[in-house]
Design a protein. Structure first.
Length: 389
């Protein structure tokens, strides 16, 4: 999205006309050069910031009444802290944080638009500063800046900024993910990983996307898509290209003859049911110190009901041998999953367990167990962790 387009938003345009100094950065509107009074009755300057929702080239009204302030406690002209300022740290972007949450709800319906919200808070704080220094103004002259953050997304990730997770999510940068196998679990792994800020995602699968895939994968393909039988990797890459850059497809099965496809990977998800090719793949990953997660499930029909286990096995440098022994051999012929029983919910759960384990391993989520092997029992609804030395 170009700076010029977003600058045409009517609320932002009015603020610029008034002379506010506006920055859009990391999914936040930031209003700089806001004069305020310190507890020592000195006039200093801070900034206001809050996360925004963007639709095309417009800000979407309807965000809540809160806004964040960066500086020391904002006070009235006598040096007493304003009662609307509550100590609360919010990460705006790497190296930038606010220190106080301001809350002044004008009525049950909140502020009618973004312009009113910003000018109301700016006036509450700046009026106190102007009582001590009449030259203090929150409108020093129009300035506009939109800071590009090299996001891989085609449109703004306002979910991250609204949750205050911008700095945390920067930890995805530099990661190059490979997903081997895009059946049920692999496609759901893609759905989750695609919504992170990883640099790239390579999809490897030599199969076509057919009717049975539609019933155990995210989304809803058209009948025309199914009739065309697209390559599975290419089809899914095209879907997620609507949302982000860096998703590429390889229309091949991975085996000992094309392991060079894994070059440059920082983490690999093995979601293929081709157990025969896994030893060579794991040999390569271990030799190149690439961590990986292998997922699988064993489902069978017992007395007309499905039961079984989901498995997530994590292999990282220093803990390879034991993890490898927990990755099973090809499933027996009677396994119901091998007969294409549609288990989209179990595919999704297996994928989510794997993605959560990956996020814990790279420091996105807290991790007190660092387990190497996890199973979910369908019949007992229990998750069991096992440490692999």
């Amino acid at each position: 999205m170009s700076t010029a387009l977003l600058a045409r938003d009517p609320d932002l345009s009015r603020l610029l006309d008034d002379g506010y100094d506006i920055v859009v950065h990391a999914g936040h509107v930031i209003v700089r050069h806001i004069p305020y009074v310190t507890e020592s009755r000195i006039v200093e300057h801070g900034f206001l910031a809050y996360p925004v929702t963007v639709s095309g080239d417009r800000l979407v009204s309807g965000t809540d009444h809160r806004i964040w302030f960066s500086g020391s406690p904002p006070c009235n002209e006598h040096g007493s802290p304003l009662t609307l300022a509550n100590p609360e740290t919010r990460m705006i972007a790497e190296g930038m944080q606010a220190h106080f949450m301001l809350s002044s709800k004008p009525g049950p319906d909140g502020f009618p638009d973004e312009y009113t919200k910003i000018t109301t808070y700016a006036r509450i704080i700046a009026d106190q500063a102007q009582a001590l220094d009449p030259s203090a103004t929150p409108t020093p002259g129009a300035a506009w800046q939109e800071i590009e953050d090299d996001s891989p997304f085609v449109y703004r990730d306002t979910a991250t900024s609204r949750a205050g997770l911008t700095a945390v999510n920067r930890r995805y940068r530099g990661h190059c993910i490979v997903i081997v196998g895009l059946g049920g679990s692999g496609s759901y792994i893609l759905d989750q990983v695609a919504k992170t800020e990883v640099d790239s995602i390579l999809l490897i699968d030599g199969d076509t996307f057919d009717n049975h895939n539609a019933f155990r994968a995210p989304g809803a393909p058209t009948i025309d898509t199914l009739r065309s039988r697209p390559a599975k990797a290419t089809y899914l890459a095209s879907i997620y290209a609507n949302m982000r850059q860096g998703v590429t497809a390889c229309e091949q099965y991975l085996d000992e003859d094309n392991l060079d496809l894994l070059q440059g990977s920082t983490f690999v998800f093995l979601a293929s049911d081709d157990a025969a090719s896994k030893p060579a793949i794991m040999d390569w990953l271990e030799a190149h110190d690439v961590p990986f997660i292998d997922v699988g499930m064993g489902i069978e029909e017992i007395d007309g009901r499905l039961s079984g286990l989901l498995r997530v096995t994590t292999s990282v440098p220093g803990r390879r041998d034991t993890a490898r022994h927990r990755i099973p051999q090809p499933a027996p012929e009677h396994d119901a999953y091998g007969r294409n029983i549609q288990t989209a919910d179990l595919n999704a759960l297996n994928a989510v367990l794997a993605v959560i384990r990956w996020k814990r391993s790279i420091g996105i989520y807290a991790d007190a167990t660092d387990e190497g092997h996890t199973t979910y029992s369908l019949i007992t609804n229990e998750i069991a962790n096992e440490d692999l030395p």
